[in-house]
Design a protein around this ligand. Structure first.
Ligand SMILES: Nc1ncnc2c1ncn2[C@@H]1O[C@H](COP(=O)(O)OP(=O)(O)OP(=O)(O)O)[C@@H](O)[C@H]1O
Ligand SMILES: O=P(O)(O)OC[C@H]1O[C@H](OP(=O)(O)OP(=O)(O)O)[C@H](O)[C@@H]1O
Length: 203
């Protein structure tokens, strides 16, 4: 069975789970992208690519933020909430300034462009979404957008830039996802691993 694990922010917590399961050191060596252990093959991939590896069955299961599978509209099965990497996806804007609510069309900057588009379109609010790749909080400060849609965890990035959380769109945490076909053909193996994860993750 092949498992795609994310690099970056949630990597450490995810690797800690597998370290507990195997009761020994569990980490990708130096620049190595594949780790084989106890009959499993682990892939070291970018957070945003985990869902792609799983959807295309290059991996049978993977760990990824709920925000990412929502944004990518990934056609995968969601098996378990790991309860880590907790954050919100929110609308943020200049502190004390709610003038965006009175505009006929608002300009929104976001890395999560689909989530942003869906959120405003469901409310019938015309919105132009500008896709950015990072430092999203900068956009309203320099007049690139009226508001942003971005991840909020502690809220310090918003605060330190004179912004505030205006509306919470969704809560996110890391999920175990599975390829639909793999879940049919490897159901027993996958569920047995999920049980082990539950045991060590206290779920
Ligand atoms: N403060 C936070 N900022 C960003 N992501 C967070 C935060 N808190 C929790 N998360 C979760 O962690 C996931 C991984 O974020 P990370 O910053 O490692 O990757 P990324 O920069 O979005 O992706 P990549 O580095 O692969 O391009 C996010 O998708 C989200 O679910
Ligand atoms: O509420 P906070 O705890 O401040 O966390 C939220 C911030 O963290 C993320 O940015 P990241 O550090 O990934 O940098 P980026 O600007 O490159 O996306 C996210 O895009 C917010 O800017």
């Amino acid at each position: 069975m092949t498992i795609a694990l994310p690099k970056g922010r949630i990597a450490e917590d995810v690797l800690a789970i597998f370290k507990k399961i195997f009761n020994e050191d569990f980490e990708f060596e130096s620049r190595k992208l594949i780790l084989k252990k106890a009959g499993f093959t682990f892939l070291n991939v970018r957070n945003w690519d985990v869902a792609t590896y799983v959807e295309k069955q290059a991996a049978d299961i993977g760990v990824v933020g709920y925000d990412v599978i929502t944004e990518l509209r990934s056609d995968v099965l969601e098996l378990m909430d790991l309860g880590l990497g907790k954050c919100r996806v929110s609308v943020g804007g200049i502190k004390g300034d709610d003038s965006y609510k009175n505009k006929s069309e608002i300009v929104v900057a976001s890395k999560l462009a689909n989530i942003a588009k869906d959120y405003f379109s469901k409310q019938g609010i015309p919105a132009e979404v500008i896709k950015l790749n990072g430092s999203i909080e900068l956009a309203p400060l320099v007049g690139l957008s009226d508001v942003i849609v971005d991840i909020v965890e502690t809220g310090s990035t918003l605060r330190e830039n004179g912004l505030e959380e205006k509306e919470v769109i969704m809560h996110s945490s890391a999920r175990i996802i599975a390829n639909k076909n793999s879940f049919l053909t490897r159901k027993k193996e996958i569920l047995s691993l999920i049980e082990k994860i539950k045991e060590v993750n206290g779920a």
